[in-house]
Design a protein around this ligand. Structure first.
Ligand SMILES: C[S@@+](CC[C@H](N)C(=O)[O-])C[C@H]1O[C@@H](n2cnc3c(N)ncnc32)[C@H](O)[C@@H]1O
Length: 284
């Protein structure tokens, strides 16, 4: 079993290396830029998506829909990774999509033509049907009732091609229910994951992201999430109820020192980590 890993390090499970900006301050920094580098790592996620899809269907996926895409980093890296890849990013927030257009799509050049961004509720988009739908960084926890989440998952299923796969990430463990602050040093700033409140009756959880800088300035509440902390078995049940043929949990294995390795394997028995991140893969 791995030693007590802080929740934040699991949330940013694929840490990025190599920053170069040392003189960031709350005034000069851009919260989306910081978020992408603190939390996301599409360069590890894309090979994972390709591998688990191919394991099921014997071919690589081509068309990715990124739900809750935010700045569409994953979509942009997806099309950059392969000339045959196309992507559809869906997010409800226009200004965040605009940021992604400026900072992620534009640098792609002609490959940007293979990315479509749609400003809408993810529950309202079902065409064109995708090989893969990815809903990451727990964004699907925005749906707090069984009816809402079920409606979303049902829409995902009907948005997939016959050979299609939905990827959800999920975290849990006893520490996931404990209000706490966790800090991680980045190259030029500190990322702070703030599990602010948790209600054990409803499982509603409020989380915040703050950034701190070497000059002691701070971007407090740069991001705020009002979620329901869904458990893995209830999510699996819902995926099966809406008709997914096969649901597989990918659990993160520990490295030689008992630390989270960033490597996920299909499994039916998890270790008793105080906090963990896993993937649920649902095959249409
Ligand atoms: C945690 S961010 C995810 C950003 C990025 N995709 C990632 O993996 O880190 C959540 C995003 O979901 C969007 N969002 C929330 N509810 C939504 C909904 N019902 N439909 C579409 N987008 C939604 C927000 O605008 C926000 O950009």
């Amino acid at each position: 079993m791995r030693p007590d890993p802080p929740v934040f390090s699991l949330i940013s499970r694929f840490q990025q290396g190599g920053g170069f900006l040392k003189r960031l301050t709350a005034k000069t920094a851009d919260r989306h830029w910081l978020y992408e580098r603190s939390v996301q790592n599409p360069d590890q996620e894309i090979p994972f998506i390709r591998r688990v899809f191919k394991r099921e269907y014997g071919r690589h996926p081509r068309f990715l829909r990124e739900d809750f895409c935010g700045t569409a980093l994953l979509s942009c890296r997806w099309v950059a990774a392969h000339g045959g890849h196309t992507a559809l990013g869906v997010d409800i927030h226009g200004p965040t999509l605009d940021w992604g257009r400026r900072h992620n799509l534009k640098p792609l050049g002609t490959a940007a033509q293979r990315v479509t961004l749609v400003q809408d509720d993810v529950r309202h988009v079902s065409r064109p049907r995708a090989d893969v739908i990815s809903a990451q960084n727990f964004s699907w926890w925005t749906f707090k009732t069984r009816r809402e989440l079920s409606g979303y998952l049902h829409n995902c299923r009907r948005s997939l091609r016959d050979e299609g796969m939905l990827l959800l990430d999920i975290y849990g463990g006893p520490e996931a229910q404990v209000p706490q602050l966790e800090e991680r040093e980045q190259d030029g700033w500190t990322y702070v994951w703030d599990q602010d409140t948790f209600n054990p009756i409803t499982h509603e959880i409020r989380c915040l992201i703050h950034f701190k800088f070497p000059d002691r300035s701070q971007l407090k509440r740069a991001f705020r999430y009002d979620w329901r902390l869904w458990t893995l078995p209830e999510t699996r049940d819902l995926l099966e109820e809406v008709g997914f043929r096969k649901v597989v949990a990918y659990w993160e294995i520990a490295d030689g020192d008992g630390e989270p390795s960033g490597i996920f394997r299909p499994g039916t028995r998890g270790d008793l980590a105080p906090a963990w991140v896993a993937y649920l893969l649902a095959y249409r």
